[in-house]
Design a protein around this ligand. Sequence first.
Ligand SMILES: Cc1cc2nc3c(=O)[nH]c(=O)nc-3n(C[C@H](O)[C@H](O)[C@H](O)COP(=O)(O)OP(=O)(O)OC[C@H]3O[C@@H](n4cnc5c(N)ncnc54)[C@H](O)[C@@H]3O)c2cc1C
Length: 306
Amino acid sequence: MAQYDLIIIGAGPAGMTAAIYGARADMNVLMLDKLAPGGQIINTNEIQNYTGVGTVNGAELAYQMFEHTQEFDTITFDYATVKEVIDNGAEKVVRCEEDDKEFTASSVILATGTRPRCLHVTGEDNFRGNGISWCAICDGAQYRDKDVVVIGGGNSAVEESIFLAGIVKSLTIVTMLDLTADPIACDKLRAMDNVTIYPFQDILEFTGDSHLEGVRFRSTKTGEEKTVSCDGVFEYIGLTPTTDCFQNLGVLNKFGYVEVNDRMTTKVPGIFGAGDCVTKNLRQVITACADGAIAAQEASHYVKNL
Ligand SMILES: Cc1cc2nc3c(=O)[nH]c(=O)nc-3n(C[C@H](O)[C@H](O)[C@H](O)COP(=O)(O)OP(=O)(O)OC[C@H]3O[C@@H](n4cnc5c(N)ncnc54)[C@H](O)[C@@H]3O)c2cc1C
C-alpha cells in the first residue's frame, strides 16, 4: 500500500491549492475526488471576483487549477469516494467506497465542500431532476424561451438568475427575505426586462401531476398566496457540508462543518480542514484557496515534526 505524506479529500479549489502548496513543501501528495477535479466551480457560469483573473468561466478556471497541480510529479490524483478516515495517530487510513480501496498517509486535509440545501416542501421529491434543478449551468439550456422560477436571493441565486434570464422567456425570483447578493449583481438583475422579483415569501408547494406546472408561495408580510406557472425551477437556498464520512473523527460541529482554528488544524493532530466544509463566514473560491494553502503549510510542519 502506498504511503503518502498528505492525502487531500476533495479536489475543489481548496483541495487543489492544498496539493500545490503540499508538493512545493516537498510532500508526496494524493488528491482524491469522487467526481472530476474542480468542485462546485465546474457548474458556475461566470466567476468575477477571483483576483487577477477578471471574468472567467468556472469550468475553465477549474481546468487551469488542475493543470497547475499536474506540473508536480509528487501530486497523484485518483477518483475515489471516501467513506471513512481512521486516525491511528501517526498514520491515517482513508477508506473508499470503490473496491474497498484504502490509502494511508501521515496527514489528511478534509476539503469536501458543500452540497445545495433542499426546501423539503410538497412536490419537491416528485420533480427533483425533472423540473427542479440545483444547477443552472447543467440544466438551464433546456428552458430556453420557457418560464422559470429561481428560489433564493443570495449571491448564487442572483448570479445564476442573471445567466438564466438571458436564455429564458420569463424569470421569476422568489425569496424568503429581500435580495441579499452583492448590490452590483442585484441592480443588474433588477434591470432585466423579463425578471420579476417576489421578496419575503414562503414557498408552499410545487404543483403539477406528471410534470411541474408551478410554484405556490405566501407573503410573510401580508399572508397573500400566489401561484406562478413555470416549466422549471432552480433552487439556491444555501448549502449543507459534505462531511458525513468524517463523523467518526469527532471534528464536526453541530451543523456538520469541520471545526478548525485560523491555522486550519482540527482537534485531531494531523487532520486539517480547508474550504467550504470548514467553520467560516465567507465561502468563496478565493477563501477556499487561502484555506488550502494554510492547511498544506501546517500539514507540512506537522509531518516534518513526526
Ligand atoms: C452556483 C454557485 C455559484 C458560485 N459562484 C461563485 C463566484 O462567483 N465566486 C466565488 O468565489 N465563489 C462562487 N461560488 C462558491 C465556490 O464555488 C465555492 O466557495 C468553492 O467551490 C469552494 O471550494 P471547495 O474546494 O471548498 O469545495 P468544492 O468546490 O465544493 O469541492 C469539494 C470537492 O470535494 C469532493 N467530495 C465531496 N465529498 C467527497 C467524498 N466523500 N470523497 C471524495 N470527494 C468528495 C466533491 O466532489 C468536490 O469536487 C459559487 C457556488 C455556487 C454553488
